[in-house]
Design a protein around this ligand. Sequence first.
Ligand code: NIG
Ligand code: FE
Length: 430
Amino acid sequence: MTDNGAVRRMLLTNIGELVTNDPGDDREGDELGIVRDAAVLIEDGRVAWVGPAVHAPSGAAATAGDAARHEREDRREGEEHRAAWDADVEIVDLGGRAVIPGFVDSHTHLVFGGDRADEFAARMAGRAYEAGGIRSTVSATRGATDDELRARLAGFLAELRRQGTTTFEVKTGYGLSVTDEARLARLAAEVTDEVTFLGAHVVPFEFREPDGPGADAYVDLVVGEMLAACAPHSRWVDAFCERGAFTAEQSRRVLEAGRAVGLGVRVHGNQLGEGPGVRLAVELDAASVDHCTYLSDEDVAALAGSSTVATLLPGVEFSTRQPYPDARRLIDAGVTVALASDCNPGSSFTSSMPFCIAVAVREMGMTPAEAVWASTAGGAAALRRTDVGALRVGARADFAVLDAPSHVHVAYRPGVPLIAETWKDGVRVA
Ligand code: NIG
Ligand code: FE
């Protein structure tokens, strides 16, 4: 609504290629639901109409200069069309560029202190990636003030927007004490509704045997006091079910406890080797199981028969020099695949979804169209959201304008800043 209570209307016109992710009768045959020479009518931050500009309810104003002529045409076409114009439609001419839904980054770890550039450099000199590096970020995070972490988050938020991301999830997991995990959940909730409680990231120093009480005692804390402190700020619960982190039984305890207090389930699994993560995720009807780098045929079959999304994180394999996950195998088996950044200081310090798309296309067997879908509609599926990830009537008007004529260029021009504009809820934010 505007200040005087009128509906705020805006017509985006002159869109050379519009990716809707909504295959319709008048759309090209793939899942991207492409409309050429398109227009989108936005009302109060939501998509009110989408289609070829010549059929736009405003009278098909292809450019701002055509507005007056089309207004006259509209006025002959009846009450319904007049309504759109009567309310001061703002015309936005996108100059023939491509528009895609805003990226939905369904997996990040953006609340942390410090960085691990030295660890990255050592890895590039031949050292292997180990989950244990997480503990060095835990020390840096515990030592950071709320305002330091907030400033860091604000910087990442600006970075995300510049790169076309309009919805993002943030996990806790670098606090690993009741006070610090609750603090991270609270700070994450200041920037997103998609907060995930990841107290079960690794066992912190003070619990590790032989001097500490051990992993099971830590899990007792996670499912008790820590969950109670974090759940009010969180939508999801997650566990790192992997060698060096938590067993299937420990992960199950955490995930079931989270679910019992109303949190949705997601799992980190099959990152460093085959293991029980994927099957546990499917058994618990998790919204997503993330990494999926090492999968058995049984894992793939289990995912294909489930509503659990496989979220692949190309930045991790890029930065750890592990083999990339096989997206082609999953898609061909009928699994829903999402792409996400996993932005964190250890295994993947990129917040760039265009980078992830380029790597997924080059290294993981995805087509450019599949990779764009996986980073928008796929991410929305991984967060079980229907209001983002597609430009269909009723959805949020979240989108990116590309400095390019088609979505293919995102993968075709790696490293080039093609995101010209980012819009969220019908407002330009970058
Ligand atoms: O998703 N896999 C576990 N957690 C992160 C890594 C975090 C870190 O290395 O700090 C991930 O890759
Ligand atoms: Fe992660």
